[in-house]
Write a protein that binds this ligand. Structure first.
Ligand code: IMP
Ligand code: ZN
Length: 376
């Protein structure tokens, strides 16, 4: 961490600077308090045995096994439209509270005939959650395709007004590695249909030991052919063949990249593919022995395009400010380094040039406001 800057001051800096979040899974970001409340309700209905999950929900710093236990619970919760809308609203509010000014929120559209849920109605529930946001000014593209605007008017400045946080939100639709080619194709078709409600790309995620690359490739190619950017969870485990196939595909970004070998990095370097870095997630899911050996260090030194992200704020008990702080504390970054790391992330977003332009202005304003601290 930069010399002359204490822990508390650095933590406050990490919270106060504008930030961009490009790798966050909706259901992995559920608030603990909401999870507890919803799990209690499910327990009362007899859908789950509450005492089996209570201690995991209450725990800070969950083990890998406990994380997967919670994923199963998330899947039960995600069968209700109202719950999806509520989680979406809260997740966006939580990111805005951390001064995230642009959020690319990813989620896996779910089909559940018994509950009257289709992938499309799931996505509509997500958009309804965005519409329901009142405590911050969230800018997203309306389901009906209306031009975007901040969903609440700005308060007139007055003595009693608190400056409201503003956040741009875009959606990525995830293909779960458990899905079939047809289901993956359905997700990409939905994304193309719903571009007008702020869907800007496709993600491939889910348990990395499940599924084959060849199953997802047709759908991912379809996305590419139709100009929809793709980000892949790549190299979460040591699977050389799949890592190479993924790099052959030339995705617009990759997430994690924990198990790339030197040859793979050579290719990634040549193509300058931005990497979504999720420090706490990689540590908790035991992708590395300790944080100081994380590939962030070498990539940062080599000036490779990077963006610091959270992955699952709820699951891993973290937030984006905390991830910036962790990077600073582990790899000796100072305030200026963090600010420009955050600024550079604007170039890797999937939203259009109009949004990029606005974000560049937000960072320029912040640079002027923070000039003293940035150049001291
Ligand atoms: P959802 O897509 O909104 O339901 O968010 C939760 C889902 O994101 C999980 O069921 C996984 O498929 C995916 N996910 C979250 N974290 C990870 C990760 O670390 N690796 C792979 N997939 C993940
Ligand atoms: Zn992820």
């Amino acid at each position: 961490m930069g010399e002359g800057c204490g822990f508390a001051e650095m933590k406050e800096w990490c919270r106060s600077i504008p930030k961009i979040e490009l790798h966050a899974h909706l259901n992995g970001c559920i608030r603990d308090s909401t999870l507890l409340e919803l799990a209690k309700e499910l327990g009362q209905k007899g859908d789950i045995i509450f005492s089996d999950v209570e201690h995991v929900i209450m725990k800070y710093g969950r083990s890998l096994t406990e994380c997967f236990q919670l994923f199963d619970l998330f899947h039960i919760l995600a069968t209700d439209h109202e719950t999806i809308s509520r989680i979406t609203k809260e997740v966006v509010e939580d990111f805005a509270a951390e001064n995230v000014v642009y959020l690319e929120l990813r989620t896996t559209p779910k089909n559940n005939i018994a509950k009257g849920m289709s992938k499309q109605s799931y996505l509509k529930a997500v958009v309804d959650g965005l519409k329901a946001i009142t405590s911050v000014d969230a800018s997203f593209i309306n389901f009906s395709g209306r031009a975007e605007s901040f969903c609440k008017p700005l308060h007139k400045s007055g003595t009693n007004d608190i400056k409201r946080k503003k956040i741009y939100v875009r959606l990525l639709l995830s293909i779960d590695r458990r899905e079939t080619t047809a289901a993956a194709m359905e997700t990409v078709s939905l994304a193309l249909e719903m571009k007008e409600c702020g869907v800007v790309g496709i993600d491939l995620s889910g348990n990395p030991v499940v599924g084959e690359w060849s199953t997802f490739l047709p759908a991912l190619m379809y996305a590419k052919e139709h100009g929809l950017p793709v980000t892949l969870h790549c190299g979460e485990i040591a699977n050389r063949k799949e890592i190479q196939e993924m790099l052959d595909f030339s995705p617009e970004r990759i997430g994690h990249a924990c198990f790339l070998e030197e040859d793979d990095w050579e290719r990634a370097r040549l193509s300058k593919i931005p990497v979504e870095i999720c420090l706490t997630s990689n540590l908790r899911t035991e992708r590395l022995s300790s944080i100081d050996v994380h590939h962030f260090g070498n990539l940062y030194k080599a000036q490779h395009p990077l963006v610091i992200c959270t992955d699952d704020t709820g699951l891993f008990s973290t937030n984006l400010s905390n991830e910036y702080y962790l990077a600073a504390a582990t790899f000796g970054l100072d305030k200026k380094d963090l600010f420009y790391l955050s600024t550079n992330a604007v170039e890797f977003i999937f939203a259009d040039d109009g949004v990029k332009k606005v974000l560049r202005e937000i960072f320029q304003d912040a640079e002027s406001r923070l000039a003293v601290e940035l150049h001291s």
